[in-house]
Design a binder for this molecule. Structure first.
Ligand SMILES: [Zn+2]
Length: 197
């Protein structure tokens, strides 16, 4: 008979696993571990000064120091053309051409439908999002586009559990950086401090 080493409950037939835990305890411990890792990652960003991280694989400007870096997918809203919709209500005009004995009629306004467009959130790049004391920078993976937004051009930003939304001055649409919860919070803490400074 095997018992859970955490709670002492007898393990069920399907719970005989190498870690000696019941399903409930395994879930609880994994959750606790994730919370601890999150708190540990956030901790350096909650002090008075932002940490400085070393960036060797991206071109940094004079006096530029980075405070965080996290993997991201960049999404932007693009207008997608879906083609035409709507019935044809054309007017027939008889033309003086005969094909096989019947007059050919040309329908005016045959394609008078709507052009259907709609906005879609599309992936436009991926790589590492780096926040420095000068800008927000997407260091792209090979074959993807880089993006650089000076801090002075950031009109507003919003932190979500799964990403960061950044509005740049004079741009009609925001940049959406898809991030994990820890990355989102760290980016939010950095921007909050840098933009208040
Ligand atoms: Zn247990």
């Amino acid at each position: 008979m095997t018992y859970c080493k955490e709670c002492g409950h007898k393990l069920g037939f399907l719970e005989h696993t190498a870690d000696g835990l019941c399903n409930g305890c395994r879930q609880r411990l994994a959750q606790e571990q994730a919370e601890k890792a999150h708190a540990a990652a956030i901790a350096p960003y909650t002090g008075a000064e932002l940490p400085i991280i070393t960036v060797t694989d991206a071109i940094m400007k004079k006096g530029e120091t980075a405070c965080c870096r996290t993997a991201t997918v960049l999404k932007e809203t693009k207008t997608v053309n879906l083609g035409y919709s709507g019935a044809s209500h054309g007017v027939s005009i008889p033309l003086p051409i005969k094909v096989g004995g019947f007059p050919v009629r040309y329908r005016v306004g045959q394609s008078r439908g709507h052009i259907v467009k709609h906005d879609e959130l599309l992936e436009t790049s991926r790589g590492d999002l780096i926040i420095s004391n000068q800008r927000l920078f997407l260091s792209p993976f090979a074959g993807h586009k880089p993006l650089s937004v000076p801090l002075s051009k950031i009109a507003s930003f919003h932190v979500y559990e799964n990403g960061l939304e950044v509005w740049q001055d004079s741009k009609e649409r925001p940049y959406l950086f898809v991030l994990n919860a820890t990355g989102s919070e760290i980016c939010g803490l950095c921007l909050d401090k840098l933009l208040r400074a």
